[in-house]
Ligand binder design. Structure first.
Ligand SMILES: Nc1ncnc2c1ncn2[C@@H]1O[C@H](COP(=O)(O)OP(=O)(O)OP(=O)(O)O)[C@@H](O)[C@H]1O
Length: 224
């Protein structure tokens, strides 16, 4: 069997606030196989974002082990973490975090230029991804001229632009009305499957979680 893209073992994280220690993650074990889409289901405050931030190598202060594409996070320095993030990971957040001064296609082109792709290649890939998401007629709109659902689609295209092995999505449709959320989630899943990426998708919505390949539940700091 090929190595999982993500292997988390004994992951812990606590915060101290006002002299009180809150143990948010109490020993998380989780593997995600190549191309597998896993829902991370849990109520608000259960630690989903904390777990995704750890796996995204965005924050330190964790105990336990995180391996991404065979690389042990604890052994990476800051440059190494940046490299793994850039080469292996894609991110989608609840709020799109698009660059407001750039239009849709530019927002999807920019991460590719950072990867040293040619402008022509980057343009073609951005246009293909946005068109696959039904935004072929919105390529030169700035985020402020797009609907919430359209903005989230651009964020999805941006996350997939560099062909990440693993997409980390934190309530990717949490800011949308239910009907739009259903459509955008379906498109997200179709595109991720088509690209062959794996994904770990945080949601508090059971119905949405059940559309993924596997569901893990975060409860009392552990996965059930
Ligand atoms: N930087 C921090 N300092 C102190 N406490 C924190 C910090 N970050 C998170 N927490 C606490 O950790 C717990 C889990 O937060 P987290 O944001 O990971 O939950 P979540 O499941 O993603 O929730 P939501 O769905 O509401 O975003 C919460 O009780 C939160 O208050």
């Amino acid at each position: 069997m090929s190595e999982p893209i993500l292997a988390v073992a004994g992951l812990t994280r606590s915060f101290v606030q006002g002299g009180v220690t809150i143990e948010v993650l109490r020993g998380i074990d989780l593997t995600v196989g190549a191309g597998e889409i896993v829902a991370l289901l849990g109520p608000s405050g259960s630690g989903k974002s904390t777990l995704l931030q750890a796996v995204g190598l965005l924050e330190g202060g964790f105990g336990g082990s995180i391996r991404i594409a065979g690389e042990q996070a604890a052994k990476l320095d800051s440059a190494g973490r940046t490299r793994v993030r850039r080469d292996q990971l894609g991110f989608v957040y609840q709020f799109h975090h698009l660059l407001p001064d750039f239009n849709a296609i530019e927002n999807v082109v920019l991460p590719q230029l950072i990867q040293d792709r040619s402008r022509k290649e980057a343009d073609e890939r951005a246009a293909a991804l946005l068109t696959a998401l039904g935004l072929g007629h919105r390529l030169t709109h700035r985020p402020s001229a797009l609907s919430g659902g359209e903005q989230q689609r651009v964020a999805v295209a941006r996350a997939l632009a560099n062909r990440p092995a693993l997409v980390l999505a934190d309530e990717p449709t949490g800011n949308l009305d239910e009907a739009t959320a259903d459509v955008v989630l379906a498109e997200f899943l179709r595109l991720v499957r088509g690209e062959g990426s794996a994904a770990l998708v945080a949601t508090h919505n059971e119905r949405m979680a059940l559309k993924m390949d596997r569901v893990v539940r975060l409860h009392d700091g552990r996965l059930a």
